[in-house]
Design a protein around this ligand. Structure first.
Ligand code: UDX
Ligand code: ADP
Length: 440
């Protein structure tokens, strides 16, 4: 028997989780205060660029397990679980998680909860949130037993559906036996398929999310430092990092150097963990270094590309292929291009970007950035081509075809190591920069 669930928030976390929970056989109502978003979903649309999500939404609606709402029902008494998936963005001043949306959603829920309803937080929240919500519940609804739980989500944009349904592990933290039972029932179909469902207390579950994201961010920042070192020593970081990754204690994932990590999670979760460390007198040295290293990596690659163009980038045209923070998404939150392109624009360059999904969003965020409909249009007459985001269509472009459309003395910068070095050199670019490769 499936659970009866309300998922609050129809962003990446709420919508993907809601649809996937329906896929597991539960009856899910997704609610968002954004009426336009809900109207779009009710009309059969999908507000996110996410592989497999439109099909999953259609399938689960047709099966009668998934519906969309712009308000809560008067009572949630017969509901087993309310899953909170609203945004917890970075507070612009404190760097900590901004809990305005989470608290507003919880305030709305409180009077409607039934004795057996478990409030599960899926959004990334500070350690202690499940206990804080339970204490709030005890004050506002002393008739309830304080069923709050934590169930952090580890899905990546672009592969969110697959990450939800086939994760390395599910982490849950419960305060009460009822909370534990609901988490177990929620994920029983996945556990039956061999997925590890790891249940612990709420604080450990909440901490595991920050610690996991910060660790992965630090791993990337480390790879970026190795790339910079390789460049100054005349070595190639690629094979060095590959060799490192073969050690099973290290592993190959998240060791790809690039123009810095971006997205809706790593920058905000590292900032939040560092801020909490400072507040509690337990400085998070590694996390602080990762944050600093990430800013430096972006600054450094911006400088490397400018150097390629000669003493002055003024009047030069730079074509940027890929603007999203990674391929497979239209999300531009904290995308490296947002800090890199303005440096070139401020120095007097004309910067023309293209992206299959995130072009318009980035155009609004970077004043002075021009947008081209295709990579071919972007590179027309350009002095430099920069591979910023490794969309497969851009990674496959033949350097010689690009070169042919560009200005005399054109240069190429591969910030994702997705192009073939020899083809770049053979294509006749005046100078080539391949991130982390000091041998060229
Ligand atoms: C991340 C976490 O992976 C996920 O578990 C969490 O729940 C949300 O945050 P996401 O932000 O969607 O997911 O993307 P991810 O694939 O982790 O990439 C984040 C950033 O790191 C991107 O900018 C990407 O380009 C960069 N990255 C990733 C690298 O530069 N090198 C790598 O080796 C891996
Ligand atoms: P994430 O990427 O972490 O999922 P987003 O910001 O993309 O975060 O999405 C969060 C969603 O939560 C938005 O669609 C927003 O409208 C919705 N939301 C915010 N507050 C509430 C609330 N009180 N009740 C329901 N939905 C909410």
């Amino acid at each position: 028997m499936g659970l009866h669930i309300w998922a609050i928030g129809a962003g990446y976390v709420g919508l993907v989780s809601g649809a996937c929970m329906a896929r597991l056989g539960h009856r899910v109502h997704v609610m968002d205060v954004n009426v336009d978003r809900i109207a779009m979903l009710q009309a059969g649309g999908c507000p996110l660029h996410e592989e497999g999500l439109p099909e999953l939404l259609a399938e689960q609606r047709a099966a009668g397990r998934l519906s969309f709402h712009d308000h809560l029902p008067d009572s949630l008494a017969d509901v087993d679980a309310v899953v909170l998936g609203v945004g917890t963005p970075q507070h612009p001043i404190t760097g900590r998680a901004d809990l305005t949306y989470l608290d507003a959603a919880f305030r709305d829920l409180l009077p409607r909860l039934g004795p057996d309803t478990v409030v599960i937080t899926k959004s990334t929240v500070p350690v202690g949130t499940a206990e804080r919500l339970a204490a709030w519940m005890a004050r506002a609804r002393p008739d309830l037993e304080g069923h709050t739980a934590s169930n952090p989500e580890f899905l990546r944009e672009g592969t969110a559906v697959a990450d939800f349904l086939r994760p390395d592990r599910v982490v849950g933290g419960a305060r009460t036996a009822r909370g534990r039972e609901v988490l177990q029932t929620l994920y029983a179909p996945m556990e039956a398929q061999g997925v590890r469902v790891f249940l612990t207390d709420t604080k450990a579950a909440e901490l595991s999310k920050y610690a996991s994201n910060a660790f992965l961010a630090a791993k990337i920042a480390f790879a970026n430092d190795v790339a910079a070192l390789a460049e100054s020593l005349g070595a190639d970081a690629g094979p060095a990092l590959e060799a490192m990754g073969m050690d099973s204690r290290i592993g190959p994932q998240f060791l790809r150097p690039g123009p810095g990590y971006g997205g809706s999670c790593f920058p905000k979760d590292t900032a939040a963990m560092a801020a909490v460390g400072q507040d509690s007198g337990t400085v998070q040295y590694i996390v602080e270094a990762a944050i600093r290293g990430n800013h430096k990596a972006q600054e450094r690659v911006a400088g490397r590309v400018a150097d390629l163009l000669g003493p002055d980038v003024k009047g030069k045209k730079i074509a940027v292929l890929g603007l999203a923070f990674k391929p497979g998404t239209d999300d531009a939150r904290d995308a490296p291009v947002l800090t890199i392109a303005p440096r070139w624009i401020a120095a007097g360059a004309t910067v023309v970007g293209c992206d299959p999904a995130a072009a318009q969003t980035v155009a609004h965020l970077v004043p002075g950035l021009h947008i081209a409909p295709t990579a071919w249009d972007a590179v027309e007459g350009a002095d430099a081509v920069v591979l910023m985001t490794e969309w497969p269509d851009y990674a496959r472009l033949a350097p010689s075809a690009l070169r042919a459309r560009m200005a005399p003395h054109a240069v190429a910068a591969d910030l994702r190591r997705a192009w073939d070095k020899n083809s770049l050199l053979a294509a006749g670019f005046d100078r080539v920069y391949r991130l982390g490769d000091g041998t060229i």
